[in-house]
Design a protein around this ligand. Structure first.
Ligand SMILES: NC(=O)c1ccc[n+]([C@@H]2O[C@H](COP(=O)([O-])OP(=O)(O)OC[C@H]3O[C@@H](n4cnc5c(N)ncnc54)[C@H](OP(=O)(O)O)[C@@H]3O)[C@@H](O)[C@H]2O)c1
Length: 268
């Protein structure tokens, strides 16, 4: 396992299991494979399943890096502290490793200041954001934020390399983390002939090549799978390295194909 050092000194595994739509047994399968970072969110409705999996698997809480997120409605209703406590209760833990603003809903600047309080009280080991563009990051600073977000979790996959925000995060000491790292359910990238060519060269699968590309760009990944064989495959990406020509082959696939909403225009 490879770790990334966050800007506050906390270590975060470079790969975690995507938590969207996962049941308790899927998370237990992932823990069995060796995943130690779990990405969930209040909005996924499965924080209790995630907490139950950690308890049933029997691993020490300190061995898990647990991420959850503050939902937009709680930002708009100024319920940061309450929403956080509700997440803790559902997860059955007394702290989270990383607490993220899920989307920059109106009021996100002050919500972040509330999250800074949770961080300073020791209830979260690190705070960060998700789906933030440069101007959202700037707005935090203009509003008096004193803690640089450790992570910005954004959409990134080969057809949407999101390089501008990746570069911006790197400049600020914020780790970019890819959601939909494989291109999401029904991914077109998974049938891409050029990636297939690279996969054949290294005797790896397309998913492994894509994940390796992210990691070599300094991007953390949270691929979702509920299939133990695919979980294993996605986790097994630390015994090879793409050379710069093959990195370029994938870099050149970017065509701006966004799958999710634009962070400046979402209606949830
Ligand atoms: N912050 C945000 O706004 C945001 C938004 C979206 C997602 N997320 C987070 O990011 C995580 C990952 O994103 P995602 O789930 O949308 O997409 P993803 O991880 O890019 O792709 C998941 C899809 O790929 C399939 N898959 C996984 N490994 C595979 C492999 N080795 N070979 C073939 N197919 C494979 C999965 O099917 P099987 O399960 O059948 O293997 C699933 O259909 C989510 O679970 C969630 O935690 C965050």
């Amino acid at each position: 396992m490879q770790y990334l050092k966050l800007n506050n000194g906390v270590s975060m595994p470079v790969i975690g299991i995507g938590g969207w739509s996962q049941k308790k047994e899927n998370i237990i399968d992932a823990l069995n494979v060796g995943y130690r970072m779990i990405d969930t969110a209040a909005q996924y409705g499965n924080e209790s399943e995630v907490g139950g999996a950690i308890r049933d698997f029997g691993v020490g809480r300190g061995d898990i890096f647990l991420t959850t997120k503050l939902w937009t409605q709680d930002i708009r209703e100024h319920r940061v502290k309450e929403a956080f406590e509700e997440s803790l209760n559902r997860l059955g833990t007394d702290y989270v490793d990383l607490y993220l603003i899920h989307w920059p809903a109106e009021g996100f600047e002050n919500a972040y200041l509330e999250m800074e309080k949770l961080y300073k009280e020791g209830k979260v080991r690190a705070i960060g954001v998700s789906n933030f563009e440069k101007h959202h990051l700037d707005a935090l600073v203009q509003n008096g934020a004193s803690v640089v977000p450790v992570v910005n979790q954004v959409e990134i996959h080969p057809y949407f390399s999101n390089s501008e925000i990746v570069d911006e995060c790197n400049k600020r000491g914020t780790v970019p983390e890819a959601w939909c790292p494989l291109g999401g359910p029904g991914s077109s990238e998974m049938n891409d002939e050029k990636i297939q060519g690279v996969a054949e060269k290294y005797d790896k699968t397309i998913a492994q090549i894509i994940l390796r590309w992210h990691i070599q760009r300094g991007v953390a990944v949270i691929p979702k799978s509920s299939n133990p064989e695919r979980m294993k495959q996605n986790f097994d990406v630390f015994d090879f390295e793409l050379d710069s020509r093959d990195m370029d082959i994938i870099n050149e696939l970017d065509c701006g194909k966004r799958l999710g909403a634009h962070p400046d225009n979402f209606d949830f």
